[in-house]
Design a protein around this ligand. Structure first.
Ligand code: ATP
Length: 318
């Protein structure tokens, strides 16, 4: 099943799980709408042919949902009864840390085998260098920023571009470096408004006539992207300031080759782990090798921002 926020590459992961089951002559059942579908018994038997022509599609054919009912013991009991009724003996959850938390709680209560595949564009899961959808989201956001730069430079404008990332600045930092932003504001590092202003003034003095500032949703400056723009406009009247919030378009689109390959690799491993009787693990990528992490560690572990990339970004904005 797919659960929580959707991410490009989820379909490729579904395809991989289904085909791996077929390869091992294991029956595979898809659960619609995440945990809510599990509670309602919204199941579909899937064969290798059910997943034809989906590897390139964004979103998730199994749909995704957030389920309040699954947060209750009663809801989880109903879900477990449904799984048993359909002779299901292992669960692959494709989702983010909330979905994994649900999986861990479910496993503890019902001793039901669960394997997690990290699917979220935020890349905020410990134990994997990449989550499914992250690479696609980076490329989507970077393309959008490139286009905004065209208009920024034609009008000598300063653009604040907000990208997704409530708690993590991975998208902001990487797209900021990739699209040549003048400043990057991320939750992990509070630059301070004065430093940002000083840096923009320095860029202006050095001859830049337009600028892009990439802001992560969860930036800790204490101001939202519109307030940040107002603050700069008040202090740098020479600039016309504009705001662009990229929003949900970052979740959509056809997955990149990287995400499709990653999804295929993780799906195979997830099914093989269940067949081997393993549980409570997340499959992920470490040093480009498929590896496993304890599901609880994946939820609780802290993902660190790449300090080397932060340094590169500082140097590039000189
Ligand atoms: P994203 O990273 O995109 O937000 P996510 O998987 O973290 O994805 P959530 O909405 O946090 O998304 O979680 C998805 C679902 O997992 C919830 O709607 C709920 O059904 C289940 N879930 C989350 N936390 C718990 C919990 N503590 N106990 C039981 N179920 C939970």
């Amino acid at each position: 099943m797919t659960s929580g926020g959707d991410a490009p590459g989820m379909n490729a992961a579904i395809r991989s799980v289904v085909r791996t089951c077929a390869y091992y002559s294991t029956e595979c059942v898809g659960i619609y709408r995440g945990y809510q579908g599990m509670i309602e018994g919204d199941f579909v038997t899937m064969t290798a042919r059910s997943v034809n022509n989906i590897i390139q599609k964004g979103g998730t054919i199994l749909k995704s949902a957030r389920s309040k009912e699954f947060m209750t013991a009663e809801g989880r009991k109903k879900a477990c009864d449904n799984l048993k009724e359909h002779d299901i003996d292992g669960l692959v959850v494709i989702g983010g840390d909330g979905s994994f938390t649900g999986g861990v709680v479910f496993n503890k209560e019902h001793n039901f085998p669960v394997i997690g595949i990290p699917g979220t564009i935020d890349n905020d899961i410990f134990g994997t260098s990449h989550t499914l959808g992250y690479d696609t989201a980076l490329n989507t956001a970077m393309d959008a920023i490139d286009k905004i730069r065209d208009t920024a430079s034609s009008h000598n404008r300063l653009f604040f571009v907000e990208v997704m990332g409530r708690d993590a600045g991975f998208i902001a930092l990487n797209t900021g470096v990739g699209a040549g932003a003048e400043e990057i504001l991320i939750p992990e590092e509070d630059l301070g408004l004065d430093r940002m202003l000083e840096s923009l003034k320095k860029s202006r003095r050095s001859g830049k006539s337009s600028s892009i500032v990439v802001v992560a949703e969860g930036d800790k400056s204490g101001r939202n992207v519109y307030q940040l723009a107002e603050y700069v406009e008040e202090n740098m009247p020479e600039y016309e300031v504009r705001v662009s919030v990229l929003g949900h378009m970052q979740r959509g689109g056809s997955p990149t080759c990287f995400d499709r390959v990653l999804a295929s690799r993780l799906g195979v491993k997830a099914v093989e782990l269940l067949i081997d009787g393993k549980s409570n693990l997340m499959v992920g990528l470490k040093n480009d090798k498929v590896s496993t992490t304890d599901l609880e560690k994946a939820i609780k572990g802290q993902c660190e921002i790449d300090m080397e990339l932060l340094r590169v970004s500082d140097i590039m904005t000189t």
